[in-house]
Design a protein around this ligand. Structure first.
Ligand code: SF4
Length: 320
């Protein structure tokens, strides 16, 4: 028996729903929170910003013993922000003060203390739960660009010379610290959809077939709860329900099954990876981690399996 399986009936129900709703669009990484969460349109330094910030979209939760404890939430500029929004805002704040700050050469010239200061919250602390991992990736990232005497802008110029720009971008990011560690390329594809859909349209995709699903922890939770992915192993189910640490093979099986389900959903619905990702990203607030899911307000309620006790893999990784 496999520990997990993709439920084809749920994939079909989702595909039909997404096709019918007509409201599933890619997010532009700007309009919700322009100038606060995300840089304003045409803000200088935005390309370097996205190259940097997408690589740091991981680990926004805390652990107590071997159990998931809470999402990371910190106050910044007077607002309580969950991890991902906190990171975007901290980077936007830094880029508003110094548009060149996320140029890899500028990052390389800064001390560890000054880099940590970029993420200072309103209490004066850096609240990122995995700061040492962020710092190590940041140093490797800056070194990669320095060793090749290149920049994100030059990378974008190069990949547009290729017949398949998205494929070329993903292939290049597979070498760059901050992106290279994840074989499923979650952060790399996140960067691709941000560059493509930002108002500046930094990336022109001639090869949408090169897109890959973006599998983070919110999406895995949604896939498990909705029944897109069924958990057939009682021992794994018990661990997912108890929110305790999974082993690397267990996490890998959950994530691989979710990847397969979303890849099939993208193919069946005809929607872009970006549109499907935005649908599930929005679902994180209807089907959250710390409060009961709001099924009454959920558009997939009519066919959802409502496995509300299931939780995303609890696993420390810099991939998501
Ligand atoms: S909110 Fe309810 S209906 Fe919606 S995905 Fe979560 S469990 Fe399913």
């Amino acid at each position: 028996m496999n520990a997990l399986s993709v439920d084809p009936r749920q994939v079909e129900a989702f595909a039909a729903h997404l096709e019918k709703s007509g409201r599933v669009q890619p997010f532009d990484f700007c309009s919700l929170g322009e100038g606060f969460i995300y840089p304003g349109r045409n803000q200088p330094g935005a390309l370097d910003y996205f190259f940097f910030a997408c690589a740091h979209q991981f680990g926004f939760w805390t652990l107590a013993g071997n159990r998931w404890a809470a999402p990371m939430v910190a106050r910044l500029d007077g607002r309580a922000l969950k991890g991902s929004d906190f990171l975007w805002r901290a980077c936007t704040r830094a880029a508003q003060k110094d548009p060149l700050i996320f140029d890899p050469a500028s990052l390389a010239a800064r001390s560890n203390h000054s880099l940590s200061e970029l993420f200072r919250d309103d209490s004066g602390a850096n609240p990122l739960p995995l700061w040492p991992e962020h710092l190590a990736l940041l140093r490797g990232y800056a070194r990669w660009f320095a060793d090749r005497a290149t920049t994100p802008a030059e990378v974008v110029r190069r990949i547009h010379a290729a017949p398949k720009p998205l494929f070329a971008l993903l292939a290049l990011l597979a070498e760059i610290p901050g992106y290279a560690e994840d074989p499923l390329q979650k952060k790399a594809m996140l960067l691709a959809i941000a560059l493509e859909n930002r108002p500046e349209h930094f990336l022109h995709v001639a090869d949408p077939g090169s897109a890959v699903p973006i599998i983070d922890y919110h999406l895995q939770r949604s896939a498990l709860r909705t029944g897109l992915v069924r958990v057939d192993d009682p021992a794994l189910r018990a661990k997912l329900e108890a929110r305790v640490l999974l082993s690397a093979p267990e996490e890998s099986r959950v994530r691989a099954a979710t990847y397969a389900a979303i890849a099939t959903l993208i193919a069946r619905s005809g929607l872009s990876a970006a549109a499907v990702d935005w649908f599930f990203f929005q679902n994180r607030t209807r089907c959250p981690e710390t409060t009961e899911p709001d099924c009454a307000a959920c558009p997939v309620a009519p066919f959802c399996a409502r496995e509300t006790r299931l939780f995303q893999p609890v696993f420390r990784t810099t991939a998501y």
